[in-house]
Design a protein around this ligand. Structure first.
Ligand SMILES: Nc1ncnc2c1ncn2[C@@H]1O[C@H](COP(=O)(O)OP(=O)(O)OP(=O)(O)O)[C@@H](O)[C@H]1O
Ligand SMILES: [Mg+2]
Length: 361
């Protein structure tokens, strides 16, 4: 990652009456990256984009682009463009005129406009449809027009506010790939907003997980998924099982945690002290299920009963109620060699996690 960010938000605060939409936020955005702001409704994602675009101004703090403060710079003077969720196309104008609109306002020559619009249409793969009106296009095609309009000026930074949320599941997956392709082709910086964790994980170079106007964690998708720094991030980016325990032994880099009287070896990256109450977090795919405790030799296990078996094709999901009380969600991958392992409602089983993929908080 480069050293100097292209856009830097420093201690930015934005209030609407008594709502603190953005709360003393620090964020560095780097040249060429695909950065996603991920968080629940109302956490301030759109407000951050509007502050960068210049549609809102901060109450406190500074927004710097290429080393120069943007405070007081009008939106059309910032080298930034936005794709809105609603697309906001002009219904009475052709696709060509929709895309050319901003260029005409800037009084580019006709031949230059035609060249730029044609290039933008080809990047979003809409060549040949320039004379149609928006209502004559599918949802996915309208989305591409909105993209073409935003990239026709070659902004340094493209802001995308939930651009795929109006599309159905299939189209959305197709457009996710398309957006990644366009991002690679243009090499410009994308700041993408979504509240869909799967979309964020599959598309981004980095994800900033937001909550109540602040960033809870920023990192690569695998850092966010596999090494969440707190319970909010752990729970927001996917299914997770939480076991309450207590550290009973400390070793070099690892520890032993007592959970319901059983002793589990865990990583101790945070140097927790002996005796500390901790939460041990496990993704559904990190847990192993066995019929007999003995099969696992000396490895500890927790006993329980299968409550629900959900066949998913490639995997089978199990909801297990432990004798000790917790409900656990487990994803098992089918193993060709284990066809005799059949999971049924009511079966007694044991769970453990021998791989060391747990997170301890
Ligand atoms: N113009 C406004 N006037 C008053 N309150 C506002 C305004 N814009 C945003 N807010 C409030 O600021 C907070 C953050 O809003 P924002 O639109 O940034 O959230 P968001 O993360 O984009 O949510 P969503 O996922 O629902 O789009 C919310 O509590 C919202 O009600
Ligand atoms: Mg929003």
């Amino acid at each position: 990652m480069e050293k100097d960010p292209i856009v830097r938000l420093r201690r930015v605060t934005k209030r609407f009456d008594d709502v603190v939409a953005v709360d003393s936020l620090d964020l560095d955005i780097y040249q060429g990256e695909f950065l996603t702001l991920l968080g629940p409704s109302g956490c301030g994602k759109t407000t951050v984009l509007r502050l960068i675009a210049g549609f809102e101004s901060p109450d406190k703090g500074d927004i710097v682009m290429n080393g120069t403060s943007l405070i007081g710079t009008a939106p059309n003077k910032r080298n930034v463009n936005t794709v809105f969720q609603s697309y906001a196309l002009f219904p009475h104008m052709s696709i060509f005129d929709n895309i050319a609109f901003g260029l005409k306002m800037k009084r580019f020559e006709k031949s230059v406009i035609t060249e730029k619009v044609t290039e933008a249409l080809s990047i979003v793969k809409l060549g040949g449809l320039e004379m149609r009106k928006p209502h004559q296009l599918s949802g996915g095609q309208q989305q591409r027009v909105a993209m073409a309009r935003a990239i026709v000026n070659k902004p340094q930074v493209l802001l995308l506010d939930e651009p795929l949320s109006a599309l159905d599941y299939r189209l959305r997956q197709e457009m996710e790939l398309e957006l990644k392709r366009i991002h690679r082709k243009l090499g410009i910086t994308f700041v993408f907003v979504t509240h869909d964790q799967e979309e964020a994980i599959s598309m981004s170079d980095r994800i900033a997980v937001m909550n109540e106007g602040r960033i809870e964690q920023i990192g690569t998708p695998s850092q966010i998924y596999e090494e969440p720094q707190n319970m909010f991030v752990a729970k927001f980016v996917g299914e997770i099982n939480v076991f309450e325990g207590r550290i009973v032994e400390i070793h070099n880099g690892s520890a032993v945690v007592d959970i319901h009287g059983r002793h589990f070896k865990v990583q101790n990256r945070k140097d927790f002290a002996n005796g500390r109450a901790v939460k041990v977090l496990l993704r559904p795919e990190d847990i192993m299920v066995t019929k007999d405790e003995e099969l696992q030799g000396t490895a500890p296990a927790l006993a329980g009963k299968i409550e629900e078996v959900i066949y998913k094709g490639k995997t089978v999901d199990l909801i297990i109620s432990l004798d000790a009380g917790e409900t656990v969600f487990v994803t098992q991958f089918f193993n060709e060699d284990q066809e005799d392992v059949v999971y049924r409602h009511g079966h007694r089983i044991h769970i453990n996690w021998p791989y060391g993929w747990e997170v301890v908080l």
